[in-house]
Design a protein around this ligand. Structure first.
Ligand SMILES: Cc1ncc(COP(=O)(O)O)c(C=O)c1O
Length: 333
């Protein structure tokens, strides 16, 4: 296949609004990491969204739906607890649709993400991200108190909001189908709320009459793939509280199987993606790509495996790309 330089690529029609830049993200084939494998592994670069992550899709879908139903009134404040990306997506969409945004973020959220939130003019309230649900300091309780005090405020509640997975059924899934001309055989995604894997996976299964295999990539410490909960060193993904309280946005029926990746596996994949593929991606992308490579080793030859890369590594320069942070956390590349 001839590779076009940017100047030779088909001209893009301009977007009428930044909102139109949400979605339609690129898909890139891995060249170096797949050497010796007999299947193709593609990465869907969600960092190309204007807020820098897959969560722009979710934020747009939830805000539009709430505006449509009247749950979110014109000019009303959006209050959400988020480890970062959903907050950033909401801050972006809020800025574009005239809604002030307050984000309750964890005290472990990277400085880069906090700066982005403030860059989009969101108000940031920091709280102890490890506070249990019964604690007043728990992020969701803090968000609930704030919302109770602000007239007409609206809480998207991404973990329980059906507009979260629906965003991916309506956009991420159809894009992957189109971009692979229907050849996709495997979808690999990390799981936070489960919106991405549930919506995208369900669409691809429906469209392929059930033939697309959906693989959940799970980090050490998360119980989506079973086992005991522990510390999770991959931002935005995994689950430590387990059944029966899976997020409503997560449809476990969609996942055919889980692949668990060690912290060393996640972060060494992040570094290999940067060094060998020229892709600066975040840890949850390293997680999904590591699981996709594992799937490629056992999949039938000629499979087309698509891994979702939720955001860019530039959000984690002080963590994933910072040797002292990696050493402090016992990670060996
Ligand atoms: C960096 C990152 N990766 C992956 C995910 C998982 O996406 P989802 O919530 O759709 O499962 C999130 C969710 O917040 C995230 O922030």
């Amino acid at each position: 296949m001839a590779i076009l330089s940017p100047a030779e690529s088909p001209t893009k029609v301009h977007a009428r609004s930044t909102i139109e830049l949400v979605g339609n993200t690129p898909l890139v084939r891995l060249e170096s990491l797949t050497k010796g494998l007999r299947s193709d592994v593609y990465v869907k670069l969600e960092s190309a969204n204007p807020g820098g992550s897959v969560k722009d899709r979710t934020a747009l879908s939830m805000v539009r739906e709430a505006e449509r139903t009247g749950a979110l009134k014109p000019g009303a404040t959006i209050v959400e607890s988020s480890s970062g990306n959903t907050g950033i997506g909401l801050a972006l969409i809020g800025a574009l649709t005239g809604h002030p945004v307050i984000v309750v973020a964890g005290d472990t959220t990277s400085q880069e993400k906090l700066a982005l939130l403030r860059g989009f003019n969101a108000e940031v309230v920091l709280t102890d991200w490890t506070a249990p649900v019964e604690s007043p300091d728990n992020a969701r309780n803090v968000a609930a108190r704030l919302a109770a005090d602000i007239p007409d405020s609206w809480r998207p509640q991404q973990f329980d909001n059906p507009a979260n997975p629906r965003a991916h059924y309506a956009s991420t899934g159809p894009e992957i189908w189109r971009q692979t001309s229907g050849a996709v055989t495997h979808l690999v995604a990390s799981i936070g709320t489960g919106g991405t894997i549930s919506g995208t996976g369900r669409f691809l299964k429906d469209r392929s009459r059930g033939s697309v295999n959906v693989i959940g990539a799970d980090p050490a410490g998360s119980v989506y793939s079973g086992g005991e909960p522990g510390e999770i060193l991959v931002d935005g993904v995994g689950n430590t509280w387990g059944r029966p309280d899976w997020p409503a946005a997560f449809d476990p029926e969609v996942v055919d199987h889980f692949v668990r990746i060690s912290n060393d596996g996640v972060y060494s994949t992040v570094h290999r993606l940067a060094e060998e593929e020229g892709l600066i991606l975040g840890p949850s992308s390293g997680l999904a790509v590591a699981a996709a490579l594992e799937a490629a080793r056992s999949a039938p030859a000629g499979s087309t495996i698509v891994a979702i890369a939720p955001d860019a590594g530039t959000n984690y320069l002080s963590k994933a790309f910072n040797r002292p942070w990696l050493e402090q956390n016992g990670i060996t590349l």
